[in-house]
Design a binder for this molecule. Sequence first.
Ligand code: CMX
Length: 441
Amino acid sequence: MEQFKLKFKEQADKLGGEIKIMLQEHGNTVIGETTLAQIYQGMRGMTALVTETSLLDAQDGIRFKRRTIPELRAQLPKAKGGNEPLPEALFYLMLIGEIPTDKDVENLSAMLQRRSHVPAYVFDAMEALPEETHPMTQFVVGVMALQNESVFAKRYADGFNKKDYWEATLEDTLNLIARLPHIAAFVYRRKYKGSKIVQPDGMLDWAANFAHMLGYDNEEFKELMRLYMVIHSDHEGGNVSAHATHLVGSALSDPYLSYAAGMNGLAGPLHGLANQEVIKWIFEMQKELKTDAPTSEQIAEYVKKTLSEGKVVPGYGHAVLRQTDPRFTAQMEFGKKHMPNDPLVNTVWRIYETVPPILQGLGKVKNPWPNVDAHSGALLVHYGMKEYEYYTVLFAVSRSLGVLSSLCWDRALGMPLERPKSVTTAAVKRWLNKEVEHLGD
Ligand code: CMX
């Protein structure tokens, strides 16, 4: 068995043992109360999941093994001549729990390269869709077609010991992560570049090869892809894409089925699709105002118009964060370094100065600050990627690193079927009227 797999198994066995003892000693410890409002209002603040890959702090943002985004940018290995962290290194950290050496990352990149072949029938399935089909739909259809390759599904059908679930899950995870950039690049080249496919370059790292297959060989764009793939990868377990992947995986659906479910959630405008909505909204603003450099006053007026039409300001707000998202800040730093005078990027920064006080003034928005999606599109447009409907596919490729690592942990720790209790409003009323003793009776 590959060294990487053995190392993961070692970590999982150690943690599994610790959890067993912890539950024997503290299994009945109460961790909080659930209010009626919480079950009607999206379960905000309800601790109900365990996710090993990352932990979100409302003020400091996401942490991976206690490391913040700025720390990751400083500590994770880089490509030769590059300054941004390699996503393979973060994947290693999420599974093995330590910062890898350059050699570890090289081995992992090579392992992904070896597994990256996508069978022709997958592309045929995507080709069968009308070209105008949304890129996220084309992408998920590709993933679903590839499900035929699932090692977990095959071994389960043959009947295998539950002790081996983790290994088949990790096998599928590695294969899927290796192949996703090919599926994603195919969607882009098919829809926007007349199906002129770019062959992979086996000498490049995972993110740089993805950039290359998309048709962007600019070194700065490759750096952007490395940063992009790192910062979008994971945001603890309760967000829609991570939670959906985990939930579906809890039925022992294989990693292809589980990841596809998560990505259908990512394709919602309140989640990952917000990155396309941001650029669409800015382009519409520029068109209406007849300028590519709107002033703060013009932006403020446009924001008020958006709100008066009953729409959200895309890229702002968050269910957990209560500060500017450090993933926004990391992209802002990238912009200041590589394109300080770009008009669109400057507009994103002017929006950042203008929107928070307006949202604060509404008195109901819990977080008026920008999230990751407020910035990403402007950086892509700078390098010529203007097809904003495609942006969520980039997010999806990155998110595979986090949600599939989590699925490996789920299987290795023997996480059970997820099945919380639900109630009807009639049952709630009966309970409030004291007609029954327990909610749900
Ligand atoms: N613009 C306008 N109104 C907003 C808002 C925004 N950016 N963010 C929140 N609000 C509103 C909500 O719609 C809600 O209004 P109602 O009470 O009238 O329904 C109210 O403020 C309270 O919402 P909240 O508790 O602050 O936020 P939630 O946890 O319910 O929702 C989120 C979080 C992200 C869905 C919301 O802030 C939003 O819709 N933002 C815009 C879309 C976006 O950027 N999504 C991407 C999030 C990051 C990601 O997953 O990729």
